[in-house]
Design a protein around this ligand. Structure first.
Ligand code: NAD
Length: 489
């Protein structure tokens, strides 16, 4: 940890290492300062956009053939992988996530760059069959300067998920990471520079949402906005983008239904439910937060779930035995606890958890116990609003019709999971669920080439795979005339 040193950010060739103002990254496991980062201002946004525009216009990047861009993207991926352990430890201090999870996120970040490098190698534009004495084609072209704004729950991975396809498509990128977790974005910027990405094409600006984030979104030089974060922030960003007529990609919140039918493999379903809610201490957009269990097995399943939740090992992020780390901040833990109080007031029964751990070794951090609540209706606030912590509400259902009505009765539509032994039912229910991703007899799997995004208030657009590349490309159609005679009037 490096509390005394201020980590600078860089705009073009200029380093900014002001000691005031700064952003302090706090290690959520013990409240100590994990790092101090120079804080950008709206004036820095203006400078960064100018530098990015210059780089986009004057540097050969966008005019390189995609296969030529690929070699730099491969190199970025290689360097991320080579620094895996150091990056994962830094991310652990920045976010409080267990070290194992941080290692997985660094691996994912590296693979985003490798994957989009490979896509660049094989990218095809569309040639249309002639309908006259011309031939025509649709070409994917970059927008110019893309603003990427990310949340605190998956630093470096969320950032790479945006930066790799946006750069692959030929854009310049300005990344604003969350003020809670500013450090990994700076490391990514350093690695991009060391890998030979031309100066100005990738800038990380550590700053707050209300000034730096808002200034980026409003800046006339920014031609596309890619945002991951809360639904209300996304709505505010989309409103500005709408008035500016610039495209947005929005990856927003969720309140995902996790469904267990009575014919499911119940031990497998139980393990899926536990990892689906308590992974990342519930600070995951796709966490399975509403558990629907068929009424015939409801009591027995929930009783076992309570026992299993009690056994989840909450511990320090660098403890290999720990299964769940702390929440991101004291304020966030208070918010999670307030939701549990709301659930109690609405008639919910807290069957396990609902408190901080009683463990002196964890007393300085923002830990919260795995929590299961039943006795609520799906309309209760704890069932409708995103809590973003290790809090699971359990709800019985009678049949498919009842289930689908309840599962879809939410403004969100990010993900859903279901467990059943009946493949025809799995297909039927999966088609009815209003969610961008549906897991059948598994949960929270993700694939770099499989599209990811939300229905309804969970977002607009899709990341990953070819969809991810298209998000950062605009289409230009080009017609080549081959007629022998002048065009008729
Ligand atoms: P948040 O919306 O508070 O902040 C996200 C980012 O937006 C931060 O960088 C913040 O500084 C910035 N920001 C805030 N106000 C802004 C403004 N007016 N203009 C521009 N930028 C602004 O979200 P959070 O608390 O950091 O993250 C948690 C949320 O993110 C949860 O709702 C979670 O579901 C969501 N999330 C979604 C996905 C997904 O892929 N769908 C993935 C991870 C997290």
């Amino acid at each position: 940890m490096d509390a005394p040193t201020v980590r600078p950010f860089r705009i073009g060739s200029q380093w900014h290492n002001n000691a005031d103002p700064v952003i302090r990254s706090i290690y959520p496991a013990d409240g100590s300062v994990a790092g101090t980062v120079a804080r950008a201002s709206p004036a820095d946004v203006d400078r960064a956009v100018t530098v990015a525009q210059d780089a986009f216009r004057s540097k050969p990047w966008r005019n390189l053939r995609p296969d030529q861009r690929a070699s730099t993207l491969y190199e970025i991926g290689r360097r991320i992988a080579a620094e895996r352990d150091a990056l994962a430890r830094l991310q652990m201090f920045d976010s409080g996530k267990p070290l194992k999870e941080c290692q997985n996120m660094v691996d994912s970040a590296a693979s985003y760059f490798r994957y989009y490098a490979a896509i660049c190698e094989t990218w095809q534009n569309e040639m249309t069959s002639p309908r006259g004495e011309y031939f025509s084609m649709s070409l994917a072209e970059p927008y110019g300067v893309v603003a990427a704004i990310t949340p605190w729950n998956s630093p470096i991975m969320a950032e790479a998920q945006k930066a790799a396809p946006a750069l692959a498509a030929g854009n310049a990128v300005i990344l604003k990471p969350s003020e809670e977790t500013p450090m990994l974005a700076l490391e990514l910027a350093r690695i991009c520079a060391e890998a030979g990405l031309p100066e100005g094409l990738f800038t990380a600006l550590p700053g707050h949402g209300e000034d730096v984030g808002a200034a980026l979104v409003a800046h006339p030089g920014v031609r596309m906005i890619s945002f991951t974060g809360g639904t209300e922030t996304g709505r505010a960003i989309a409103t500005v983008a709408g008035s500016r007529l610039v495209p947005v990609g929005l990856e927003l919140g969720g309140k995902s239904p996790h469904i267990v039918f009575d014919d499911a493999n119940l031990p497998m379903a139980m393990a899926g439910v536990i990892s689906g809610i308590y992974g990342s201490a519930g600070q995951s957009c796709v966490a399975g937060t509403r558990l629907f269990v068929q009424r015939s097995i409801y009591r027995a399943f929930v009783d076992e779930l309570v026992e299993r939740s009690r056994q989840v090992r909450v511990g320090m992020p660098d403890d290999p035995a720990a299964q769940m780390g702390p929440l991101i901040s004291r304020a966030h833990r208070e918010r999670v606890a307030a939701y549990v109080d709301i659930a109690r007031a609405e008639g919910g029964r807290v069957l396990v958890g609902g408190a901080q751990p009683n463990d002196s070794a964890l007393a300085k951090g923002w830990f919260y116990l795995p929590t299961v609540i039943d006795g609520l209706s799906n309309r209760a606030r704890a069932c409708q609003e995103e809590i973003f912590g290790p809090v699971l509400v359990t709800l019985p259902f009678d049949d498919e019709t009842d289930l689908i009505e309840q599962a879809n009765d939410t403004v969100y539509g990010l993900a859903a999971g279901l467990w059943t032994g009946d493949i025809a039912r799995a297909w039927r229910v999966a088609r009815e669920l209003q969610a961008g991703s549906v897991w059948i007899n598994t949960y929270k799997q993700s694939h770099i080439a499989t599209a990811f995004g939300g229905y309804k208030d969970s977002g607009i657009g899709r990341e990953k795979g070819l969809h991810g590349l298209r998000l950062y490309s605009q289409v230009k159609s080009v017609f080549f005339g081959v007629q022998q005679k002048p065009l008729a009037l």
